[in-house]
Design a protein around this ligand. Structure first.
Ligand code: BG6
Length: 256
């Protein structure tokens, strides 16, 4: 049964949390790479975690991606009595499908929780002057400061080459400019195996230095193919809680 499978994974959760310096690790049975249904279970587990920790007046910040979209779809309805919860996107719009953009996911999670939401109606990936201009807008600044004070930030983790493709970045050119091989991605930051930043794509969302200051950062990512990416981002040190699957968890165990 699922309960038995979950129980069997507890020692691995404890082991990974200790070895990787995380407060908590939660693992769902299976591997997303082998069985897409596991992604739904990952979303459910993350959703339950959110429902259980959220408190009155909390601000929850969220990124986009297919994993976060699953969280939004499977989050259980809010336990009654939690008031004035606000969900905000941690990224602006990207040239991705609308279903997996941070704005859509923030609205989806808010609806499920009976919370309010705010949106970041701006493109996420502008360069130079254009980005600086955007950041002078008070409405943008407001969402950014809400992000900086978020009680809970939830994000996905990506495999760099795939994320570069999704964002229309020339991967070969990106590799040439990176001082070391990027193996993990989160928030538009690209990390090498030791957690150092080796590339950045512009974002209106919170900066790395903002993330470190947050109380509770939760990453949701699974699949054996993401093991190395998860480890690199965790090495950076801003993640507190990791929700993953057995495929990624066992592959990480082997690499530790
Ligand atoms: C993006 C997040 O939207 O989703 C990234 O900003 C993350 O931090 C990515 O790497 C993961 O996407 P997916 O589809 O693999 O869940």
């Amino acid at each position: 049964s699922l309960v038995h499978k979950l129980r069997g994974l507890i020692p691995l959760e404890v082991y990974l949390a200790e070895k990787m310096g995380l407060d908590r690790v939660h693992i769902v049975p299976g591997d997303i790479d082998q069985d897409p249904k596991v992604l739904k279970e990952l979303g459910k587990l993350a959703g339950r975690f959110i429902r259980d920790v959220v408190q009155d007046d909390w601000v929850i910040a969220v990124t986009g991606g297919t994993t976060m979209s699953e969280v939004a779809h499977h989050i259980p309805p809010m336990v009654p009595g939690k008031n004035r919860v606000l969900v905000v996107p941690a990224r602006g719009g990207l040239g991705e499908q609308v279903e997996i953009q941070a704005n859509t996911i923030a609205a989806g999670i808010a609806q499920r929780l009976g919370a309010s939401y705010r949106l970041l109606h701006v493109p996420d990936n502008l360069h130079g002057d254009k980005m600086e201009n955007l950041l002078t807008d008070v409405r943008v600044q407001e969402i950014i400061s809400l992000n900086k004070g978020a009680n809970l930030l939830i994000h996905g983790i990506g495999v760099p080459e795939e994320m570069a493709q999704r964002r229309g970045i020339d991967w070969q050119e990106f590799l040439r400019q990176a001082p070391r091989l990027p193996v993990g991605e989160a928030f538009g930051y690209y990390f090498a195996e030791d957690g150092s930043v080796v590339g950045v794509t512009p974002t209106v969302g919170p900066k790395l230095e903002d993330l470190v200051k947050l109380n509770m950062v939760m990453a949701v990512a699974g699949g054996k193919s993401k093991a190395q990416a998860i480890m690199a981002v965790v090495k950076r040190g801003f993640i507190d809680v990791l929700i993953t699957d057995q495929g990624a968890a066992e592959a990480m165990q082997q690499r530790l």
